[in-house]
Design a binder for this molecule. Structure first.
Ligand code: SME
Length: 145
């Protein structure tokens, strides 16, 4: 588990790499670099909306993610409400879609690219893994896309 100070340092380093990368596939680069940086993360990736479903885009994960998924899960709710969702305990979210039973908490950040609705989705094996620092830096990272 990373301490708050370490978390900030990790994000600052990741943002530097994201700014400097020559990799054309930004979504894949971001998924990879963040997934490797945080030892409790078990999924880091992007879904995009197509009609009433979400389709997996780039990601890095321990397990194959489910796709397509409905709009009633954490990711879909985040997109539909256009709201960041920080779910401290996924079992408390009634329509949570389980892709990996090791997921304990989840953070979803919605955004748009060329009018396509996306969500950055992160799952942690730790309960209550995400805080204001994650939101702050992940929003900065999304601006780099
Ligand atoms: N838990 C998500 C599904 C996506 S996975 O976590 C990779 C949801 O409830 O929408």
């Amino acid at each position: 588990m990373q301490l708050t100070k370490n978390k900030e340092k990790i994000y600052i380093n990741c943002i530097q790499s994201i700014k400097n990368t020559l990799d054309n596939n930004k979504l894949q680069y971001i998924s990879n670099i963040l997934f490797e940086a945080f030892d409790d993360w078990i999924f880091c990736g992007f879904y995009y909306q197509e009609q009433d479903e979400l389709i997996i885009s780039e990601y890095k994960a321990n397990k194959l993610p489910c796709s397509p998924i409905g709009l009633d899960g954490v990711c879909g709710t985040s997109i539909v409400k256009n709201k960041i969702l920080n779910i401290k305990d996924v079992n408390q979210f009634e329509d949570h879609i389980v892709c990996d039973e090791n997921s304990k908490s989840e953070l979803c950040i919605p955004f748009e690219i060329n009018s396509i609705k996306y969500v950055l989705d992160i799952d942690s094996s730790r309960m209550d893994a995400f805080c204001a620092i994650d939101k702050k830096y992940l929003l900065k990272i999304i601006k780099e896309i």
